[in-house]
Design a binder for this molecule. Sequence first.
Ligand code: NI
Length: 235
Amino acid sequence: MWKELGKFGMGPPSGGGGDQQPGRGGGRQSPLGRNPLIWILVIGAILIYTQMDGSGSLFGPMDQSHVSRMAVSPDQVVGDFELVDHTGTPRTDEDFHGTFSLYYFGFTWCPDVCPSAMLVMTQVVEDLEAQGKTVQPIFVTVDPQRDTVEKLAAYVAQLPGLIGLTGSDVQVAQALQSFGITRRSQADGPDDTSYQVDHTSLFYLMGPDGTFIQHYLPTQGPTQIALEIERELTG
Ligand code: NI
């Protein structure tokens, strides 16, 4: 990086005092203009900022509240659950065997990262459909206290075919553990109804036999994810 920027005159000071170019006559310059290190820091910060969010900064950078790591190793993902869907019907993982399913775990109150991920999911499902491939999209709440059946029903209406799953605190806790999803409520006591929930933000591809195949980061973007899933569905 140092070398690259050096080509454009913004490299580090070299040999005899680098940034003091002859011919400028020692005129007054702003610190930004004079110090190449500051430029490098500024450019570095911009690069880091834009790299952090693969969705093109529409939803802001991914923050600490959304973890992009599974809590268990891939071979420990079981994917069992007994939950209730957005129509109030009890569902288990076995209801979704026989087809590939794409799971995301989040909460409907999430202001940025979850909506962004669900947009990616929508695009992935549509991309795959265009290739004649079917995956069942499923949204599992990490926040069953607020994500009631009614709340989920409104949420899943945004993507045709999307199944929303919630349940009792215990049911949801068991489901999340079975997938290796972590979540931590930021609620300030029982009266707080506008709290955030820190949680794992990943897509899980599950096979027709219910076994875990692969996980994807929403920041990979829909094109890349659809491509990788298509490979799994074909291979
Ligand atoms: Ni979220």
